[in-house]
Design a protein around this ligand. Sequence first.
Ligand code: PLP
Length: 397
Amino acid sequence: MKTSSRILHEGDDRTAQQGAVNPPIFHTSLFTFPSMRAFLDRKTAASPHHTYTRESNPTIQALEQKIAMLEGAEGCIATASGMGAITAAILAAVQTGDHALVVDSCYGPTREFLEAVMAGLGVETTYYHPDLDDLSDLLRPNTRLVYLESPGSHSFQIQDLARLSKQARWHGAVTIADNSWATPLHQQPHRLGVDVVVHSGTKYIAGHSDVVAGLITVGGSTEGGVLLQRVRQVAILLGATLGPAEAFLVQRGLRTLPVRMAQLQENGLIVARWLQAHPKVRRVLHPGLPDFPRHHLAKKQMSGWSSLFAVELHPPAGSNQRHRFVDQLRLFSIGVSWGGYESLIIPLLARTPAIAAQHQRLGLNDDCYRLSIGLEDVEDLIADLERGLAHYRLASS
Ligand SMILES: *Cc1c(COP(=O)(O)O)cnc(C)c1O
């Protein structure tokens, strides 16, 4: 069966659901047992029973099976948010005295977690540039984690996932890749050798800006399911697992992921190309544009694009001019998330000196904006941007 068919039916058991076309929400914290034998055997692999929703629940399990299928993974753990997935995966991979190599373009709160929590637990982090293809000078004897994110959250740089995960494996380090941008439809990092994949299910996967969720998958190439067990144990002990009502909403969104992504990819590329040709635009950062750095690598390791990208405008006539065009937009809302049905825009501002330094390393400046293109008619979106940009005065004009 093709992916779009399997998304709809994987993990569903109509008979157990009494024919219900939707998997029911098992709105329960605990499960009871028909006998003492069933209770005592509950932790054995053959036990059909669930015990407690923090550990497992049929509604959540159905979602986990669908995501594991999509990623080509050995197993999946659904978490209460993308950050729940990221923090559980990192805590499962390293302990005190270990060293982590983390891509400089990673999602901001991931970095904050490494600095605010992991550093205090005695895990040292080195950040490496997303263009780096050879980690050998940075790998230390105690490097246990190589963290990847491709495309990156703000600058969309492409990392060579196969090459980097091979180096990490050779060194005995676990690889974790944040795959939120591409979704498992357009990129499957396990197939490129990555051990652990994390997602913000809040973004494209759920896709309707109505639920916060995260997903962790563990690839089959890790020894005998040890890493999967470890990640599951840590996620459960952190108490960061997803609730059944949220799992239902994520599955409802997931059913339309293939059709949404097809339309979003198209809308995103049309708007990106239109912006690229606009005289007030300096550059467009979209991995699907042929002149984007490492576009060929992006094409090789992804089978499609999403609709989150950045645009850099030529400098404004004065700093009071900056951002004014955003207030003219009617269809684009100002909002931080992405991957929903609606179009969004935010300025990529350097709020702190540390972020300013990072933006400089990644080549972003104060005239950069991140756009999440939604499912509105693309001509309406372009008309909206055209009107907004008409209100933007350049330094030279
Ligand atoms: C939003 C986001 C996350 C965090 O997900 P939440 O569901 O908001 O916790 C992680 N990685 C990336 C790239 C994101 O954009």
